[in-house]
Design a protein around this ligand. Structure first.
Ligand code: HEM
Length: 435
C-alpha cells in the first residue's frame, strides 16, 4: 500500500489513488452471512421489496410513473461551470433538468425536482436540502451546491458544497467513492474497484436489493477499517448518510412495472445512473455523465420514500441483519484499530446497543445529536440566525411528530482518540470541478 499523507486541501481533478483502488476481498464469513442458513433478521431484510420495509409499493400507473427524459428533461452533459459531485442521484437529476443544470438548487427546487424524478417525499428532500444549505451552502440565496463551491459568491456566504463536506455530510464507506483520507482528500471521485464490489453482489441473478446492498455496505466497512487509519464514523455522515445512500440506490433507482410494482434494479440501470461504462470487471467511469435511463418508471407518487419511514425504516432492518455494519466510532490513527464509542456512556445511559433499534430510538438519537450539534455549526457561522431559521422548520417537520426519551446532554469528550474526526479537507484553489 502506498504511504498516506494528510492534506488540508484536496487535489484538483477526478483522480483515484492506488490505495483506494487496491482490491480487498471480504469473505461472507466475515460479514457474517451464510446464504444457506440466513438468520431470522437476514430473512426479514431480504423480504423487503425495492420500495422499502415501510414504504413498499403496491400500485403501478405507467403514465404517472414514467420519468420524462425528453424536451426540457433531455440529457445534457454538464458544462465546465456546472457543478456535479459525489451523489449520482443529484448529478443525474441535474443532467436532466430536474434540478437546475447549474447544480445549485434552492430547497424548493430540490423538493419539486426530486419528487418528480424519484418519488422522494417533501419531508426527506426538504431536510436533506436544508441541511446542505446550512452546512455547506449559501444561506443568503438559499441555494446549495451538489458539487464544489459556487463561483462568484462572497466568501462569508459560500459553503464548500457537498463534494467538500467530509464528516459534515459526506462520510467514509461510500459505495463508489473512496474514503477521503485515502484519496488525497477527494471523496467525490469514483473508484471503479469500489464500484465493482457493489456490482458483484447482484451479478448472479442480475438483480439488486436492500439486503444485498446491506451486505455490500458491511463489507466496505471492513475495508475502511483495513485501509484507512483516519476511518471515522460520526453519527450523521458515516453512520447514517453513507449507508442510507446504499438504500437510496434501491429505493430510488429501481425500475417499476405492472408485473413488479415493488421495483427491480438490474446491472444496466445501476451502471447508467452511476455513469459507468464497460463490462465487469473492466468498468470505466465518465465523470458527471450520470443519466436517468430511457423508459424508466420511478416509484409511485402515492408511495413516496419518506424520512422516518423510509430512511430509518430501512436502516434498522439492515443493522439488525448485519450488526457489524453499525459503526459509531473509528480507527485511532492506524488501520485495524477500530474502537466504538460507548453508546451508554455517550448518551448518559439513555441509549445502549440493546435499545437503539427499538421503536423510534434510532431516529430520536439522530435528532437529538443534530439538535445538540447545531449550536457549534451555527455559532461558527456569521449568518447564524439565518442558518437556524432555514434548517429548524425542516428538522421539526421530520422529527417533530415522534416521541423521544429525554436526553439531557452528550458526552463527546473521547473523540480526540479518533484523528479522523477533525479531518475535513478544503477544495483545491481551482475548484469547482464537475465530477
Ligand atoms: C437533497 C437530496 C440529496 C442530498 C443532499 C444528497 C447528498 C449526498 C451526499 C452528501 C452523498 C455522499 C455520501 C457518502 O459519503 O457516501 C451522497 C451519496 C449518494 N447519494 Fe445522494 N443526496 C440526495 C439525494 C439522492 C437521491 C435522490 C439519490 C438516488 C436517486 C441519491 C443517491 C446517492 C448515492 C447512490 C450515493 C453514493 C454514491 C457513491 O458512493 O458512489 N441521493 N448523496
Amino acid at each position: 500500500m502506498n504511504s498516506l499523507v494528510e492534506r488540508s486541501d484536496g487535489i484538483p481533478g477526478c483522480e483515484v489513488s492506488a490505495t483506494c483502488n487496491t482490491k480487498i476481498n471480504i469473505p461472507n464469513s466475515q460479514i457474517p452471512y451464510d446464504p444457506n442458513n440466513p438468520t431470522a433478521a437476514q430473512k426479514a431484510s431480504a423480504a423487503r421489496d425495492n420500495c422499502g420495509a415501510i414504504n413498499s409499493c403496491s400500485v403501478f400507473n405507467a403514465k404517472e410513473q414514467l420519468v420524462s427524459v425528453t424536451g426540457a428533461h433531455a440529457y445534457q452533459s454538464p458544462a465546465t461551470n456546472q457543478l456535479r459531485g459525489p451523489c449520482p442521484g443529484l448529478n443525474a437529476a441535474a443532467n436532466h433538468g430536474y434540478l437546475p443544470r447549474s447544480g445549485a438548487p434552492t430547497i424548493l427546487q430540490t423538493i419539486n425536482g426530486l419528487g418528480a424524478a424519484y418519488g422522494m417525499s417533501l419531508d426527506l428532500a426538504g431536510i436533506l436540502a436544508a441541511y446542505a444549505v446550512a452546512i455547506d451552502g449559501d444561506p443568503v440565496t438559499g441555494t446549495w451546491s451538489i458539487g464544489g463551491p459556487q463561483a462568484g459568491l462572497p466568501i462569508i456566504e459560500n459553503g464548500q458544497g457537498i463534494s467538500w463536506s467530509h464528516n459534515k455530510y459526506e462520510g467514509d464507506t461510500s459505495i463508489g467513492r473512496c474514503d477521503a483520507y485515502i484519496n488525497n482528500g477527494d471523496a467525490h471521485s469514483l473508484s471503479t474497484t469500489r464500484y465493482a464490489y457493489a456490482y458483484e453482489v447482484g451479478m448472479a441473478d442480475d438483480s439488486y436489493t436492500f439486503d444485498k446492498f446491506a451486505q455490500a455496505f458491511t463489507a466496505n466497512t471492513f475495508r475502511s477499517i483495513q485501509q484507512n487509519p483516519y476511518y471515522f464514523a460520526p453519527l450523521f455522515s458515516t453512520t447514517l448518510v453513507a449507508p442510507a445512500a446504499y438504500n437510496f440506490v434501491i429505493a430510488f433507482m429501481s425500475n417499476h412495472t405492472a408485473q413488479q410494482p415493488g421495483g427491480y434494479l438490474n446491472g444496466a440501470i445501476f451502471k447508467e445512473f452511476f455513469a459507468i461504462t464497460g463490462d465487469y470487471p473492466n468498468f470505466s467511469w465518465q465523470p458527471g455523465q450520470e443519466r436517468i435511463p430511457n423508459n424508466w418508471y420511478r416509484r409511485p407518487s402515492s408511495q413516496q420514500y419518506q424520512a422516518v419511514g423510509g430512511v430509518f425504516g430501512d436502516l434498522i432492518p439492515n443493522f439488525l441483519a448485519y450488526p457489524n455494519s453499525f459503526r459509531f466510532g473509528g480507527n485511532t490513527g492506524k488501520v485495524n484499530t477500530y474502537t466504538g464509542i460507548d453508546l451508554a456512556n455517550y448518551t448518559n445511559g439513555v441509549y445502549n446497543a440493546d435499545n437503539l433499534f427499538q421503536g423510534n430510538n434510532f431516529a430520536c438519537f439522530v435528532y437529538q445529536n443534530i439538535q445538540q450539534g447545531q449550536p457549534d455549526s451555527v455559532n461558527a457561522n456569521p449568518l447564524a440566525s439565518t442558518v437556524a431559521g432555514i434548517f429548524t422548520p425542516y428538522l421539526n417537520k421530520v422529527f417533530g411528530g415522534i416521541t423521544c426519551p429525554q436526553l439531557q446532554s452528550l458526552n463527546d469528550n473521547n473523540l480526540g482518540v479518533y484523528p479522523g474526526h477533525k479531518y475535513s479537507p478544503n477544495p483545491p484553489a481551482n475548484a469547482p470541478e464537475n465530477c
